[in-house]
Structures are given as C-alpha cells and as structure tokens.
Design a protein around this ligand. Sequence first.
Ligand SMILES: [Zn+2]
Length: 487
Amino acid sequence: MSGLPVPGWAQRLAEDLGAGPHVVVTGISTSGHIHVGNLREVLVGEAVANALRARGEEVRFVFHADTIDPLRKIAPGIPESFEGFMGHSLSRVPDPEGCHPSYAEHFLAPLEEALLEMEMDIEVLRSHELYENGVYTEVTREALEHTEELREILQEVTGRRMPEHWSPYLPRDASGRLTGHRILEHVFEEHRVVFEKEEGFEEAADYSKGEGKLGWRVELAARWKALGITFEPFGKDHTSRGGSTDTADRMAREVFRYPVPGRYEYEWIGIKGRGDMSSSRGIVLLPKDLLEIMPPDALRWMVLGRDPTRRSDLELESGFPRFMDEYHVERGEPFVPFTHLVTVAQTVGNDADAGAEMLRRGGYEEAAEDREKLARDLAYASNWAEEWAPESMRLRLLTEEEAREAAEGLDDDQREYLAAVAENLSAEMGGDEVQDLLYSAAVERGFKPKKAFAAVYAVLLGRKSGPKAGPFVAGLPVEMVRERFSV
Ligand SMILES: [Zn+2]
C-alpha cells in the first residue's frame, strides 16, 4: 500500500461516489507491453480506492486484463509467423519468447511483478477466466437477447452502419478465431449459440464456458454489470465523442439497466525529450524499469503528478535528481541530495559500508545508519547513473596508470599543489575540512581555485570538473588519494 497521503482530487471523486460497497476497476489489453503510461490509469484507480477505504468503505480494486481479446496487431519485435494467430485469444497464443504460458501472460507478468513490488492492494483478473467461470454468462445472454437495441445504439452513437448480421457476441470457431459470424440460433437454457461458419456450415459455442466473448464496446458496459463496478478511470482516447464510453453509457442504461459508474478522465504521460509513450510506436518504458531507479512511492508520485487530468512529462534525465529531492521534501524526511548519492554510488560501487563511510565523512551521518536503506538508495542511484544520467554526471575513478598519464598533462605548479595537499590530508578529515584544505593550499600558491580543482579532477576522474571536491575526496580511501596526488 502507498504511504503517500490521498491526493485532493481522489478525495473529491470518492466523495461524489456515495455509499458502497465499491468496485474500482482498471483494465488494459495484454496485446503488447503494459507501459508506465498505462500505470497512470492503475494509480488513479488506486488513489480513489484508497480514498474510499480511508472513509471506511468496503472496496474491491480490480485490474481487468483483457486476455481473451483476439490478437489484432503484431506488437513490434514479434515474429511475422504470428500472423497465423490473428483472431485467436491472447490467452491461447504462444509466448513469442517462450518464457511464459501464453502471449497474454508474457506482457501481463512484468506488470503483475511491478504491482507486487509496489505492494498494491489489487486483484488481477484475467478475462478469459472470467468468461470460463461464468462471470459473463448472464450479461452475454442479455446482450444476445437485445441484439437489435445494441446495434441501434452503436449506429446512432458512432454514425457507422453495422453489418446486417452484426452480433454482440463473437463465438470462437473450430479454427480458434473469434469473429463476427452470423448467429442462427440462441438456445438460452443451454447458453449456446449456433452460428454460420460459412455458407452451409454450422458450428456452436457455449458462452458460459468461455467459447467466445462480447465485442469490446458491448463488453465494456456488460463488464460494469458483471463485476458490479462503481468507478472506472479512462484515457482520453475512450472518452472522445462517439467513443467507447459514449456507447457503453447508453448500453448500460438502456439495455443492461445498470447505473453508469463514476468516471475520471486522465491525460497521457510522456518522457521528457522522447515524446509520448506508446506500445505501437516502440517508445516503451515499463513500470519495473522505473522501480530500478526509485522507490514505489516516488514512482506513484511521479506518474500521477499533481493533477492526472493534465499531461505530464517524466523527468528521467538531468531533471531526475531534483525530482527525487523534491519527493523527499514532500514527505518531510531527511535525505541525501540525489546528486551526492550518485557520486557516492559511482565511487564505491555496491559496497554499502564504503558508501556509509563516504556519507559520514561528507556530513550525512544519519543516512549512513540504516545500511539496508542505504544499499537500496545506492542501487537506485547507480542504476540511474548507468541508464539515464547526462554525461556530465557519469563518473569513473581512474586507475593508477591512467592517473599517472593524466598527471603528465598538468603543469609543475599543479603537481606541487597536489603533493602539498597529499601531505596534509588525513583520514579523520570530513568533507568541509578537505574542502578547506584544497582551498587554502591553492591560495598559498597564488592559484585561482579553478586551476587547483582542475588538477584534482584530472588525476581522480580524468576530467576538468566534477562533484563538489571536498566531500568527494574525503569519501575516498586516503591512501589512494595520496598515491594519485603524489605523481
Ligand atoms: Zn514470456
């Protein structure tokens, strides 16, 4: 569960929903990567569910994975041979990489793992199981009985003419495809439809056993009733005029006689400098990728933003350290500035004890105490440095030999300066003291600080500039610094 306070907008939505019990749903197709943009929808649902729970309501929070949906488009990177599975349920198409039981599971599993890591109080339901277990049986029967009314609503709202033999139900034929066949007979006592496979050939499907599904626009309204849904967030693609919520609202009221659930329309998110997130265009960032660089609550805060009805661009590159610092300020907790963690992480690798020592000498004693948290924070920082940091923030300590080569590029004054610093450096010095030493040794020689610090960075990092020198040098083993400075 999230440790963040419930945001104001979620509070207001919950107030509008009235008394429960409540079922909050979010749903996403499992036909491709479920990216961070999709996570925004889940997080909107979570915030509203939490707001309802906070006032004592009974709440079921559900993720409806559309696993029975037919394969319509081959996701980028999937072999062309999968064309042969077009129209087959995603739960019955093999995993293109062979690591999961099906195509649907291949794309659903990483999301499920991320939700688990985020300790989200959510039930993941697979639509093929809901159909197989009879959850959709009653609403399918109703839909079949009201075929004409549903068809009329579709035509009126979308302005498109539906085919003559349109049916709300797509039975699975013997080849495994879910398609809009002409329904010849509906035997409702047996939940069975007989349909025309092709002229003169009949097949049958039992809709209480998952042998087909409702068309997606009808399914949206039917799902509200089948699961007793009271709230569902939507992206703006669904809520446009004539879109799927327009048809579903009328179908719910006029055919299924079910009240339209509370609604919230959220905006897209993008990645700053890279554009909108989209599975079909290949700009994909998975929730689990971001859990590599920040804790779950920071991810929640980043993806929701201050107002999910507004577009937001995730700052993952140069703006990320500031985001992380603001996140800690928001939570009112003491923290080490992220840029400093990045320096420490790149200096000590995954040695948390060395990291603690470096932080202690840099003046962050409190942060050094909880080793487990420190190890996690260092991992976030080093993963970020590797994946997202701008070149100017990437650090690598030179080897002894590289340092010797770098020293050859310095003038005699600079080398003498480094030697003088090395002589006065001691292991007891903290970051401020080392900073003072670096300054005073420069002043004694009549150097501009820039010339002095350039020498420091040159022999340690092979660069002209770097992180604040005092805490950085203080954090390194003193013997190593002496060696690098005495060349
Ligand atoms: Zn897989």
